[in-house]
Design a protein around this ligand. Structure first.
Ligand SMILES: Nc1ncnc2c1ncn2[C@@H]1O[C@H](COP(=O)(O)OP(=O)(O)O)[C@@H](O)[C@H]1O
Ligand SMILES: [Mg+2]
Length: 232
């Protein structure tokens, strides 16, 4: 198993948000985490990277219990996180954003070419301020910045948010390519039905901090199901 959460409870201070979540992700799999706004999807991602404290249960990454490890150590082990809202430094250049890195992986020489291979636009815009790019380009930068560290798993938190549909589809194609070609494992939090269906092998539905269902992506073809589980 690439990633395994076992009876995880977590939250902010004493406030519990994630309640008894168990979840496994296999190598190379693309798992979508879906659910309405405020149900705990981002908190779940932050629990996996260690930014939100686990109250009980365990997070296991490639057979290693990482529950007690700080965020930086989990990143070094190969857990990459592209935050909701992207976390780009808009006044710095694209190159500076890539060079700053994210502490993912252990490569001494960050693999910039890897980011350029999947997102050629970043090479073209290397010297421009990141804030001068479109939302979609900034999302590509946010993902590219994680790829330079060569993670084993990439957690993507609502990459389609505020992005034009054509770029959403492009990001979807790239995520699939990364999975098929490089064996990258992906957990993607999404509300965008077409992106979910373009990339996901399986959908895990979160409500009120707990896993309430697992769906095949095509089950979201049913409008009632989609309406129940997505904010549409
Ligand atoms: N930093 C924080 N401190 C306290 N509560 C938070 C914090 N961030 C989020 N929450 C609360 O946790 C719950 C889940 O939020 P979140 O994980 O962001 O949901 P989602 O990503 O599914 O929209 C919400 O009730 C939210 O108000
Ligand atoms: Mg969120």
């Amino acid at each position: 198993m690439m990633l395994e959460l076992s009876s995880v409870c977590s939250g902010y201070g004493r406030v519990r948000i994630i309640n008894d979540v168990s979840l496994t992700v296999s190598p190379g799999e693309i798992v979508a985490v879906i659910g309405r706004n405020g149900v705990g999807k981002t908190t779940l991602m932050k629990t996996i990277i260690g930014e939100v404290q686990t109250h009980s249960g365990t997070v296991t990454f490639r057979k290693q219990d990482v529950t007690a490890l700080p965020t930086s150590a989990r990143a070094k082990l190969g857990i990459g996180y592209v935050p909701q809202g992207r976390g780009i430094f808009s006044r710095l250049t694209v190159g500076a954003n890539l060079a700053l890195g994210t502490g993912v992986g252990t490569a001494s020489q960050p693999n910039l070419e890897r980011a350029f291979e999947f997102f050629p636009i970043l090479k073209k815009r290397l010297r421009q301020p990141a804030g001068s790019m479109s939302g979609g380009e900034q999302q590509q930068l946010a993902i590219g910045r994680i790829l330079v560290g060569e993670p084993d798993i990439m957690l993507l938190d609502e990459p389609s948010e505020g992005i034009q549909p054509s770029i959403v589809q492009e990001i979807g194609r790239t995520v699939r390519l990364l999975s098929r070609q490089q064996g990258l494992t992906v957990v993607i939090v999404e509300q965008n039905l077409s992106l979910i269906q373009a990339v996901a092998d399986r959908c895990v539905v979160i409500d009120n901090g707990a896993v309430i269902a697992t769906l095949a992506p095509d089950e979201l073809d049913d409008p009632e199901t989609a309406k129940t589980y997505l904010a549409i």
